[in-house]
Design a protein around this ligand. Sequence first.
Ligand SMILES: [Mn+2]
Length: 330
Amino acid sequence: MITRCVPVHGPSQVGQARVAARTAARGAGLTEHQVQQVALAATELATNLLRHATEGAVLARHDGERVEVIAVDRGPGLTSASDSMRDGYSTGGTLGTGLGAVRRAAATFDLYSRPGVGTAVLARWPALPPARNPWAWGVEVAAPGEEVCGDAYAVLRADDRLTLVVSDGLGHGPEASVVSKQVVEVARAHAADRPRDLLGALHRALAGGRGAAVAVAQLDVAAATLRYAGMGNISGRLVDRDTGDQQALLSVPGIVGMPAARSRFGETVRPWPPDGQLLMHSDGLTQRWRLADWPGIEDHDPVLVAAWVLWHTWRRRDDACLAVLASTMP
Ligand SMILES: [Mn+2]
């Protein structure tokens, strides 16, 4: 996934958001008509941020097939998400105008807002194919001043196992990005491995480089178990969406690829709740949050969840990556 993050502070960033979205849409191979729709949506979202929002940004990203435009901010939040869908509806302090147009233009549209906290909007073209459950996806943003992100995530499917890998290359910027790209490549070649074996393979592959913090989570759908192995500062938390219960998944200290690090890894095994959701993130995000801080967020598109949590917990001095694995697409 190639992500551009455009913080919207002034009018010139509206144009930057439009260009970023257009570039992402072309990267996703959309028709020229769709490219224009995506560019228009980014313009609407960025304009809303400029007019109403605090610490707003537009994220534009594509994976070669799909484009997503995400607007995130830290307030003031919509007073009524449904009212704001109506074109032209806007009262002082809301983010209303133009969202109706974005919703109609997008194949997938999702919105979450909390008064006084912020708003996140997701628009996606084309829609995800059905029956991809369980599924995982994430969001990453580069440290302020950096073009590339040193954190990365990978989603791997093998038989009825879905594996999510999150990597934080040591430091940030291009060199950290090279390490995390390597993690993703090696992981793709080991999609069927158990997490502890994949971590071992990564440890050998990363030897001699700057190293990374890596955690690997694997959901066995048939057995309804989650296996987890990690080294270094990647946080994992397993949320039961029925009960709101949240458990931390722990990594061992160390740096994957460093000679001093152990080369055999343990593995945590947990029962996977029927309506489970796993969130994993790098240390670019603070750990002081609970999903329950934002009621109802867990019922939204996991990409929107990832973008929301990242934007509200990012320390804004390091790369950041947050990935979500969920039983079912809400
Ligand atoms: Mn970091």
